[in-house]
Design a binder for this molecule. Structure first.
Ligand code: C5P
Length: 404
């Protein structure tokens, strides 16, 4: 029920923090991707490593840490989240949220998040019953926050009453049943279809030790492979040299040169329903590869380059052609160039993005796309490449089924 949902789990410092570990496991079982944010005091109760192992993602705790901000900063995390659940939420954290304090990562994320927010309080019964806590809870509800629990029962402090955090299974059920969380992702929308994706840069050898290449990281193509797999497709990934791990359940075809990528794609294209050309294929390759290392001699030298074959255009020319999607990375005139490629290469769709700008593009964690097809277009706003890939796969599935 939570397939593909991005869940941010905030853990604050109460004894119930250990129960949050079970919550991560249950949420993942429901198909969600979970990232955990811990307060300093939560780390006194349970080690971040537990959450890292269970969520499969690094744990976030620092607000003012340049490294953490570079990897996935607080605004990126807030944008990434489909929902924020804070479990356990201490009286102190609840008070901070109520009054808009933002002095650590979790309270800042709450302010930055635009997604639905759920809070599962956990505290001593006297603290829960205190007028100020009850007023804070009422205010939070008024601000649109959904409160889950707490439950009545024995407490770690030896007292009995309201204040026990709801059981992880109850929290998980609450999130699954909430109408706003009903998945609108492309659940199994590509079930049974075969998707071929080419990605990464190519390397065009000049001599045995040198080559021409580009800045492509392959991140978008790998994210597309993951999204297509989640949508139920059988995926073949033809990949240039990248520093990424391919999803275990796809067929990986590693290649190096544009010519090898051409062969790998052309020999498989007709056997696939959809082809997504996300690779940054070299447009030119050295006409001759020197068998020995080129020696340093004159002040200037010339390398003769030969145009490579256009894989995308040739796939689209096949008699038995797959639904063909291309990419256009542009530094200017984005729409004009993208539309021109759509027509000239006879594509079904083209996803255009800016390159050479501060945000997005090659080797970035985030990107935005402007997608064009014959009778329409859609803008996919700046977000992380995982989410962007899911949105693009959804759009490709929609257009594919309309066309076929
Ligand atoms: O014409 P341009 O290279 O800008 O077009 C970009 C699109 O064409 C991308 O989808 C890229 O993967 C594909 N392409 C290709 N073969 C080439 C060059 C580009 O498939 N030789």
């Amino acid at each position: 029920m939570l397939i593909n949902k991005h869940i941010l789990l905030g853990v604050s410092g109460g004894i119930a923090a250990y129960k949050a570990a079970e919550l991560v496991r249950l949420l993942r079982k429901q198909g969600a991707e979970v990232r955990v944010v811990m307060t300093k005091s939560a780390m006194q109760f349970i080690a971040p490593l537990t959450f890292q192992a269970l969520s499969g993602n690094p744990v976030h705790s620092e607000l003012l840490d340049a490294d953490a901000e570079n990897a996935m900063g607080h605004i990126s995390l807030a944008r990434w989240a489909d929902l924020l659940i804070i479990a356990p939420a201490t009286a102190n954290l609840i008070a901070k949220l109520t009054h808009g304090l933002a002095d650590d990562l979790l309270s800042t994320l709450y302010l930055a998040a635009t997604c639905p927010v759920y809070v599962a309080p956990a505290m001593n019964q006297a603290m829960w019953n205190k007028t100020v806590t009850q007023e804070n809870i009422e205010k939070l509800q008024h601000h649109g926050v959904k409160i889950i629990g707490p439950e009545q029962g024995d407490q770690a402090c030896g007292e009995t009453g309201y204040g026990r955090m709801s059981e992880p299974v109850a929290i998980c059920n609450y999130l699954t049943d909430a109408p706003e969380n009903q998945s609108s992702s492309p659940v199994q929308c590509l079930q049974g279809l075969k998707v071929l994706i080419s990605t990464g840069p190519t390397r065009e050898p000049l001599d045995p030790v040198r080559y021409l290449t580009n800045r492509s990281s392959g991140k978008m193509g790998y994210a597309l492979a993951n999204a297509a797999l989640k949508a139920g497709a059988e995926v073949t990934l033809v990949s240039g040299p990248v520093a990424l791990t391919a999803p275990a359940n796809c067929e990986l075809v590693p290649v190096e040169t544009a010519a090898q990528m051409y062969e790998a794609v052309m020999s498989r294209a007709s056997g696939h329903t959809i082809y997504i050309g996300a690779a940054a294929v070299a447009d030119y390759s050295p006409a001759i590869m020197q068998s020995e290392k080129i020696k340093k001699q004159e002040e200037q030298t010339t390398i003769i380059l030969q145009k490579t074959k256009d894989i995308l255009a040739d796939v689209a020319k096949l008699d038995k052609r797959p639904f063909t999607v291309g990419f256009a990375a542009e530094t200017h005139n984005l729409e004009t160039y993208a539309r021109d490629k759509l027509v000239r290469k006879k594509l079904d769709m083209i996803a255009a993005n800016w390159v050479g700008r501060e945000q997005g593009g090659f080797d970035s964690e985030q990107n935005a796309l402007h997608v064009f097809w014959e009778s329409g277009e859609k803008t996919l706003a700046m977000t992380d490449k995982t989410r962007l890939a899911e949105q693009l796969i959804s759009l490709i599935a929609e257009r594919f089924f309309i066309k076929s």
